[in-house]
Design a protein around this ligand. Structure first.
Ligand SMILES: [Zn+2]
Length: 170
C-alpha cells in the first residue's frame, strides 16, 4: 500500500455500477484481467482488481491511480527473472525502414527467427532490450517487436503481456 492509500481507508464501494462488468488491460501486468469490483458514486471512485497479478487499486474521476495492493512492475528486472532462456522468437513487427523503404533496415528483418539469450537494460524509447542471436551473430533488439514461437511456453504469455502493457499502458 502506498502512502496515498491511507486516506482511502473505510470508503464504501458498494454503490451500483452503471457499467456492465468488463475486463480491461491491467496497467500493472498487461494482462486483460482487470475488472471493476466496486464503485463510490459520490466520490466518483472506482475500485479495480486484476485476477492475473493480484493488484487492487482505486481509480478516481481523473484517471489517477491509488494503489492498495501490488506495485508498478519494473519490467526489465521482472522479465530477466521470469523468462526461461534461451527461447526462440520471431520478429513480428516490421521496422519503419522496411515499411517505408528508406535507410538501412539493419540485419534483423520482419519474420526473422531469432534466439533470445537474455534481456538487458530498459531503454526510454524501445523498452526492454533483448540480447538475441541470428545464426552465429549476436545483436541487441527491442523485445516489443518479438513474439515467442512456442505458444505453450510460459515465456509466451509473459512476452505477450509485456507487449500489451508496452503498447497501452506506459
Ligand atoms: Zn495485473
Amino acid at each position: 500500500m502506498d502512502n496515498k492509500a491511507l486516506g482511502y481507508e473505510g470508503i464504501d464501494f458498494s454503490d451500483p455500477d452503471d457499467y456492465a462488468p468488463e475486463t480491461e488491460i491491467c496497467s500493472f501486468c498487461g494482462s486483460e484481467s482487470d475488472e471493476r469490483i466496486g464503485y463510490n458514486k459520490k466520490m466518483d471512485l472506482l475500485k479495480r482488481a486484476c485476477s492475473n497479478c493480484g493488484a487492487i487499486y482505486i481509480e478516481d474521476g481523473e484517471g489517477e491511480i491509488i494503489i492498495l495492493k501490488g506495485e508498478k512492475r519494473n519490467w526489465g528486472t521482472y522479465l530477466k527473472k521470469n523468462f526461461i532462456f534461451p527461447f526462440e522468437a520471431v520478429v513480428d513487427e516490421a521496422s519503419d525502414e522496411e515499411v517505408f523503404g528508406f535507410g538501412d533496415p539493419g540485419p534483423i528483418r520482419y519474420k526473422d527467427r531469432v534466439t533470445v539469450t537474455n534481456t538487458d537494460f530498459e531503454d526510454d524509447i524501445y523498452g526492454v532490450i533483448a540480447e538475441i542471436k541470428k545464426g552465429r551473430k549476436k545483436y541487441s533488439f527491442p523485445l516489443c517487436d518479438l513474439a515467442v514461437v512456442d505458444n505453450k511456453s510460459p515465456n509466451y504469455k509473459l512476452l505477450d503481456d509485456y507487449r500489451t502493457w508496452f503498447a497501452n499502458c506506459r
